[in-house]
Ligand binder design. Structure first.
Ligand code: KG4
Ligand code: ZN
Length: 342
């Protein structure tokens, strides 16, 4: 890093079905952000097909990095470190982005930083949205609710890079529940946006689905809710009644939102935090965003939609904080598909 300019990190993300690259300055200022999504490719399988994902990452990874540098009007000399998602995720997908980062690190003599995907999602709240005039980063202590396709957890952050995992889902992740229920309702993959769309025309109080509150702890559970939706569909089918897709979607969504918001607020109160961060793909959900922004108790940071789902800006931001903390990784480090956030 030169003394007279801010640190710039190139981030690379390829853990699932998006190949993404971004450059972030000082952990917050987005200089360029590119995502090559594979959603259309996987739609016909009703979910991510791992081998297809891996092959597409190979095709996309270098073009997307080149495109990102061009968009930022930067050359390799302007980059101080390369950060890439190390895990968790699909092994065959992770390895493509991570090996690209290793190659760049070796060829350009740049520090390599492995970033946990979940840590990355949380750091999306530190990225200044491109349209924001003013931006204040989250103030510690922070209660971070992470809701993605594979994970649902509450983390208490007292400082940068410090995570105390208070609780997590005991079965399905919130995004997984959205995806599974969407499939039950015959809605397209990915399920979250489809349920949200169907729910807009539905009545959220039409069905009183169960809320697993799991009192006395900070864990979540969504499989009972999914089963309740399945049972209701079966019952309606047996009675030869029409399936009210919109009402079922709206009632299911309301149950998920209710549990996520009430548990996060309870944890925020209990641990006396200053602010709340909500991140991960499910944080793109309109009903969840409205519920969090509508509570007047805590300031809440929810990234704009393009930073909620998988992207590399969040990886570059987390990479920056690891970089300034001197947490540089060695080239013989490997991907960790099941790497937990601890
Ligand atoms: O964070 P993400 O892009 O990938 C993982 O790290 O898993 O999250 C993907 C998940 C999927 O389950 C998807 O259905 C869900 O986020 N999702 C949503 C919405 N947009 C994406 N869930 C509810 N409402 C949405 N609008
Ligand atoms: Zn993700």
């Amino acid at each position: 890093m030169t003394d007279n300019r801010p640190a710039r990190i190139l981030g690379i993300e390829s853990s699932c079905d998006e190949t993404a690259a971004a450059v972030i300055e000082n952990g917050s200022l987005l200089l360029a952000n590119s995502v090559a999504t594979q959603i259309e490719l996987h739609k016909k399988y009703g979910g991510v097909f791992p081998e297809v994902a891996s092959r597409q990452h190979i095709l996309s990874v270098y073009p997307i990095i080149e495109e990102t540098l061009q968009k930022a009007h930067l050359s390799w000399d302007d980059i101080d470190a390369v950060a890439a998602t190390r895990g968790p995720g699909l092994a065959g997908s992770l390895v493509v982005g991570f090996n690209a980062a290793k190659g760049i690190s070796l060829a350009r003599n740049l520090p390599l930083i492995g970033v946990n995907h979940l840590e990355g999602h949380i750091y999306s709240a530190w990225v200044k949205p491109e349209t924001a005039d003013h931006f204040s980063p989250p103030q510690f202590p922070v209660m971070a609710l992470l809701v993605s396709g594979g994970h649902t957890e509450l983390n208490l952050m007292e400082d940068h890079l410090s995570y105390r995992r208070l609780g997590a889902t005991l079965d399905d992740a919130a995004g997984e529940a959205f995806d599974k229920v969407a499939r039950l309702l015959g809605l397209a993959y990915p399920g979250g946006p489809s349920i949200q769309k169907a729910a807009e025309l539905g009545n959220s109080t039409a069905f009183n689905f169960p809320r697993a509150r799991l009192e006395g702890g900070w864990d979540f559970s969504f499989s009972g809710l999914k089963t309740a939706v399945l049972r209701m569909i079966k019952k309606l089918e047996e009675e030869s009644r029409e399936i009210p897709v919109a009402d079922l979607a709206a009632s299911f969504q309301a149950a998920v939102v209710d549990v996520l918001v009430s548990k996060t607020l309870a944890a925020a109160r209990h641990f006396n935090v200053k602010e709340i961060v909500v991140a991960g793909g499910v944080s793109a959900n309109k009903a969840l965003r409205t519920a969090f922004t509508g509570q007047g108790e805590f300031p809440v940071h929810i990234p704009p939609l393009y930073l909620c789902t998988d992207n590399a800006a969040m990886i570059a931001s987390a990479g920056y904080y690891r970089f300034i903390a001197g947490k540089i990784d060695s080239l013989d480090m490997d991907v960790l598909p099941n790497w937990p956030l601890s």
